[in-house]
Design a protein around this ligand. Sequence first.
Ligand code: HEM
Length: 228
Amino acid sequence: MLLTQSSVGRKLLMAATGLILVLFVVVHLLGNSSIFIGPSGINAYAEHLHSLGPLVWVFRLVMLVVIAIHIALGVQLTLENQSARPLAYSVKENLKATFSSRTMIISGLVLLAFIIYHLLQFTVQLPSITPFGAKAHLTELHGNMVPNVFTMVVTTFHSLFVTLVYVVGMIFLFLHLGHGVQSFFQTLGLTNDKTFPGIGVFGKVVAFVLLLGYVSIPLLIIIGAVNG
Ligand code: HEM
């Protein structure tokens, strides 16, 4: 397929926003893993984030713009791929591209739904979707009163339904990143016939490590390995 200058620019922007989102997912997992230290771990981490004050809102705004650009370009590329008429010599290429982009758009939109659910649960703390009304009530930490994020998360994952939603959400994260990481290197022109299979495996390994890390939190909580 012949790439116009603007489609190259859009693919680069897609790759750059994708990289920012992957970095967020890695840092978020490292932060969330402090739950394994116990209440003092994740509560101190959450308190540290909240103490950044207005910077938190700058960060949220930047992330919102990054996600919006990533989704808008993803939808646009998918629609363009679907409407492109396959030329005789590139029928196979087009079918392949359409299949992977279709998978990406589906996993991407499921992830968007997951993120909205997740934000309503842990950031907005909407009572109707927090099982057992698990809001982050205040608790004492080093002499200060801070939100009890530990109890909120642990109580929430005592629900089998919520745990299942997270496991399914993380499987879609795996599917999205498995292809996304490989796509990133391809966009930057870093793949050739020799490196392509290795980069494909690398993408799957990165996605799998993130899947394991993320699902370990709800699963270890629901089997009772993480307690308050
Ligand atoms: C087991 C999995 C996860 C757990 C336990 C978890 C936990 C949390 C918690 C406790 C918060 C609220 C932080 C606070 O305000 O103190 C939060 C916020 C957030 N999470 Fe997660 N998370 C998980 C997975 C994910 C994934 C996979 C994504 C993205 C794909 C994600 C994206 C976000 C975002 C965007 C926020 C909002 C950050 C902000 O308030 O600015 N989370 N998460």
